[in-house]
Design a protein around this ligand. Structure first.
Ligand code: SF4
Length: 369
């Protein structure tokens, strides 16, 4: 499994090398017409920052070449804010004593029908991590209820076993999203202070279990702000290289979520600037030409508009981060979003940039039996 070969010292060494690469070496790298993950130390180096404009043009051209003008749109739907973990940066953390909510079957159906009426065909189901409230049978039932409304159903839930993932795929899920939060184990244990989530390796291996179970779409990521962004970048690259080599049939994507405001007070120890986020997106686009890159409503409107053409392939819209959030449920949210525009407004923005919003580009009927 990936945890057995996850190489923290090597990642740390790569970060140090990236910080030290010379201006000349970076300029030489930038002149290349194709890139690979071997180029990441140059693309993510401090000297590459002054060439972001040139790199952005290359990233834009490569994205159009590989993905055309398309931008896939999806909406997240929270099934529950119950959680048995303490994660110091999250609004669902066990320590907060407010009324928790897990949607009933009728509520799932109602919420799903509202989102389908808005025009969404791709949905991402999210929960806190509470095996008692959001068990595999509960998730299976939720997926079965919403299957008639959507052409693609993603899940972002607690790490599960391969057999659980198989159950959910059979029920209709086709995309697995699971963020490691931070690949830096020491920091991971510092910010995950209680609960099953403290098991770093269990989380690290869960994506692989999903790949073995047969997920066709797999999305990984780090929650940026918990540790040094370059370390997270090289660790994600290592994870991605491992997965693509071993489970080559799956389609991979990556997210770079940044920590946002929530009910508690958490100050991210390693904030990442807009400029470095942009550098990260561009570097991954160039190093992995076929990689999907997702940008959520965590980011503000103006930044999303500017980043959309540069390498992004999937965006969320109209997101709520609380259960029953689209039915005015008034339950606690996981974090605040920063782009509250309607689906129509996001579509108009994309069209103004000559991008083609895609509400549906995948259908469960395309899945091999
Ligand atoms: S990050 Fe996930 S596991 Fe941690 S408190 Fe939030 S919902 Fe629970």
């Amino acid at each position: 499994m990936f945890s057995e070969q996850f190489n923290h010292p090597l990642i740390q060494k790569t970060v140090s090398q990236s910080l030290l690469v010379s201006k000349d070496a970076v300029e030489q790298c930038i002149r290349k017409s194709t890139f690979s993950s071997q180029d990441l130390p140059y693309l993510l180096s401090p000297h590459a920052e002054s060439s972001l404009e040139i790199l952005a043009k290359k990233s834009l051209a490569l994205t159009r070449q590989r993905f055309g003008n398309t931008m896939q749109l999806f909406i997240p739907m929270y099934l529950s804010n119950e959680c048995f973990n303490t994660c110091t940066y999250c609004g669902f953390s066990l320590e907060y004593k407010y009324k928790r909510k897990t949607l009933t079957k009728a509520e799932i159906k109602h919420e799903a029908s509202l989102l389908a009426k808005k025009g969404f065909k791709h949905i991402l189901l999210l929960t806190g991590e509470s095996p008692k409230h959001v068990s595999t049978p509960y998730l299976k039932e939720a997926i079965s209820i919403i299957t008639p409304y959507f052409s693609s159903i993603g899940i972002e839930v607690q790490p599960l076993e391969q057999s659980d993932y198989q159950t959910l795929i059979q029920a209709g899920a086709d995309k697995l999203t699971l963020y490691q939060e931070t690949y830096h184990k020491e920091s991971y244990l510092k910010y995950h202070t209680y609960g099953l989530k403290r098991n770093f390796n269990n989380r690290l291996d869960a994506v692989e279990k999903g790949a073995k179970a047969g997920f066709y779409n797999i999305n990984i990521g780090s929650l940026l702000g918990l540790y040094d962004w370059r370390y997270e970048a090289f660790a994600m690259a290592e994870h991605l290289d491992y997965l693509t080599k071993k489970y080559w049939k799956a389609k991979y994507s990556i997210s770079f979520p940044r920590i946002q405001e929530m009910i508690g007070t958490f100050h991210e120890p390693y904030p990442i600037s807009d400029k470095h986020l942009t550098q990260l997106i561009i570097a991954f686009r160039l190093a992995y030409p076929d990689l999907g890159i997702t940008l959520s409503t965590r980011e503000p409107k103006s930044l999303r508009d500017n980043l959309a053409p540069l390498g992004i392939t999937t965006m969320s819209a109209e997101s709520s981060t609380s259960p029953a959030g689209y039915s005015a449920g008034n339950y606690e949210e996981q974090f605040q979003t920063n782009d509250n525009r309607s689906l129509d407004s996001i579509i108009s923005m994309l069209k103004s940039k000559n991008l083609d919003p895609v509400i549906k580009d995948w259908d469960m009927s395309l899945m091999p039996n």
